[in-house]
Design a protein around this ligand. Structure first.
Ligand code: ADP
Ligand code: MG
Length: 592
């Protein structure tokens, strides 16, 4: 449910009021034209909101994708006699293909290399448009036909207004739907460090590529509209300057909010219009001085309000509804669990070297189904690194890891998650701004197949209800049922750790890896956690537990493996380990 029913009336009212703007008697054409441009820019900015604001991938090159959309229709209509309406699929296909190819090389870049990459191709494509003969070089192509509608040409600014804003409305709805889905959660998780999402089976490169192409398609749509509104195309609107303006719109409006894109486009276009009139008079020379103001504005917004201006506007609007959990949604299918006592995990001579440092030194141990095995040792002993080897976050330097009879040592994190190994992180990895419910639902990512298109068209609702119900059920089970809709960041760190357990349980794991789950918990909370873990064990779950609280570990575990400086120094029952002289020496000599 994207919009709440009483909200719906408000939104419908706002949309109708907006649709009436061109009908206001005496409103100058000039104003309508300005709104047309705002609509065109909004489409691109909405894409950037998803790409940059939500997905964390900064692109300076979006204008180039408008170019692909615009030039495709320009060539087809002017040289092949197509009607403008018929070229839309071609414009989108060229844009999508270009985005797919550029995306393949771009989205894998990390850190500041990604924006730099977009600048590089953003500039190249501008020169490409300007140097191709059939595209009219720097003069471009002119004399394009306008859109026609039942014999009427949409030449008038008022007529095309409705076409443009209908596209904007659709883009807003599809984008909101996408964000509010299984794939949308995956996109939002890109920001919170994608490692957690990866450990629950999210295919990160694919998700990045999907948002990248989606954002480009919106830009391509904008370019297609632009070509027939202007009835001419040339390279200049598709260069890097325009790319920077689009980015400014997304950042200024509110980089995490779909409607922030529209707000940003409105502010930038109106401001640009005024500045272009005022600044040359003030300065006494001609030039694009507004660019300077925009640069200052961008830095100021980034300094003062990271989330842009949309949150300020949002306060005036009805509050979006909380997600509802449908208790009657059918439960998700369950994995067949290994038989109690069967050999579940068998680590043999696992080794991990970081340069000269041997973090895990030929360690061997096993976990049987239905056991809680403790992996203990002083800080830096190699416990978390062992978890990373088991879950495919890191590749082992050598050694084998067999799980349910299969060697999983070379598999990717996603593939290992699919086989039923779920984990929590020593350093909590939740998306702070996302609700606990949605964070935990990421754990169930692999238990549904809802795709991008289905989500945008709301065909995923039954699946989505099942995922959310599962997330709510696991949160309630770990004792966080009262906090479903709170942003993860608003909870105490100890509770966030517990939420990570709920997320791991959403995978329906056969093996649960818990990295210091009791750290930061109060006494009563630790007792609850211990109860939960022994209950899980009684249901057949196997747990590998890293924990410093010895009381907690000794009471709960069936078996202990002790690491020190990467090596296994002892192994045995809790009673044996508690009197083992080598272990005592390691602990007394260590930090504990
Ligand atoms: P534990 O979880 O037992 O406290 P870790 O597995 O986190 O220990 O770390 C074991 C050793 O490996 C430490 O010396 C740590 O500094 C080192 N280490 C862990 N991860 C990396 C990494 N990505 N690169 C280099 N060294 C690392
Ligand atoms: Mg650790």
């Amino acid at each position: 449910m994207g919009l709440f029913s009483s909200n719906r009336a408000v939104w419908l009212g706002l949309i109708l009021a907006f649709a009436a703007i061109p009908l206001i008697p005496g409103i100058p054409d000039f104003w309508i034209t300005l709104w047309d441009y705002i609509g065109l820019y909004s489409l691109v900015a909405i894409g950037l909101v998803l790409l940059t604001g939500v997905g964390g991938m900064t692109s300076f090159g979006q204008a180039a994708f408008c170019g692909f959309g615009a030039y495709t229709t320009a060539v087809l209509t002017s040289q092949f006699g197509f009607s403008p309406w018929l070229t839309l699929p071609f414009s989108l296909a060229t844009t999508g293909l270009a985005a797919f190819l550029l995306g393949l090389v771009t989205v894998r870049l990390s850190g500041h290399f990604l924006p730099l990459g977009t600048i590089a191709w953003g500039i190249s494509i501008y020169y490409l448009f300007g140097n191709i003969e059939v595209l009219g070089r720097y003069d471009g192509i002119s004399g394009l036909p306008p859109f026609t509608f039942f014999g009427h040409s949409l030449i008038d600014a008022r007529a095309i207004f409705y076409l443009i804003w209908l596209c904007v409305l659709l883009a807003v709805i599809l984008s909101l739907n996408l964000l509010d889905s299984r794939m949308g959660r995956a996109v939002r998780a890109l920001r919170g460090g994608s490692q957690a999402a990866e450990s629950f089976g999210v295919n990160i490169p694919r998700v990045k590529l999907v948002v990248f192409v989606y954002a480009a398609l919106l830009a391509g749509l904008s370019g297609w509209l632009y070509a027939h509104m202007q009835r001419a195309v040339s390279p200049s609107p598709f260069g890097i300057n325009a790319g920077i303006e689009y980015l400014l719109m997304a950042v200024l409006g509110g980089s995490g909010y779909v409607l922030g894109g529209v707000l940003g486009a409105t502010i930038v276009i109106v401001l640009k219009d005024h500045l272009q009139n005022i600044l040359p008079k003030l300065i006494g020379a001609d030039g694009n001085f507004e660019t300077i103001v925009f640069g200052i504005l961008m830095v100021a917004v980034l300094q003062l309000s990271r989330n842009g201006l949309w949150p300020l506007v949002q306060r005036l609007l009805p509050k979006p509804a909380e997600k509802t959990v449908d208790e009657s949604a059918p439960a998700l299918a369950l994995r067949t669990m290994p038989e109690r006592g069967a050999l579940l995990l068998e680590v043999a001579k696992a080794r991990k070297q970081f340069g000269g440092l041997v973090a895990v030194n030929d360690v061997s141990f096993a976990v049987k189904a239905g056991e809680i095995v403790g992996l203990i040792g002083p800080n830096g002993a190699g416990k978390s690194t062992t978890f990373n080897l088991l879950t495919g976050v890191l590749a082992a330097t050598s050694g084998s890891i067999r799980y349910r009879g299969e060697d999983i040592a070379g598999l990717k994190a996603e593939a290992i998650a699919a086989r039923g190994i779920a984990r929590t992180f020593q350093h909590v990895k939740l998306v702070g701004s996302m609700s606990l419910l949605e964070n935990v639902a990421i754990g169930a990512h692999l238990r549904s197949g809802a795709g991008v298109l289905g989500s945008m068209l709301r065909l995923d609702r039954t699946d989505e209800a099942r995922l959310l119900r599962e997330a709510a059920r696991q949160l309630t089970r770990v004792g966080l049922g009262a906090h479903l809709h709170k942003p993860a960041a608003s909870l105490a760190l100890g509770q966030q750790r517990i939420a990570e357990i709920a997320r791991a349980l959403c995978l329906d794991p056969a093996l649960l890896l818990l990295d210091e789950p009791a750290a930061g918990l109060r006494f009563a909370e630790k007792q609850q956690l211990a109860e939960l873990l022994s209950q899980l064990r009684s249901e057949g779950m196997s747990v590998l537990l890293v924990e410093h609280d010895m009381d907690f570990v000794m009471k709960l575990t069936n078996h202990l493996v002790v690491l020190d400086f990467g090596e296994k120094i002892a192994e045995g029952s809790p009673a044996e380990i508690s009197v083992n002289p080598v272990v005592l020496e390691a602990y007394l000599g260590g930090v504990e």
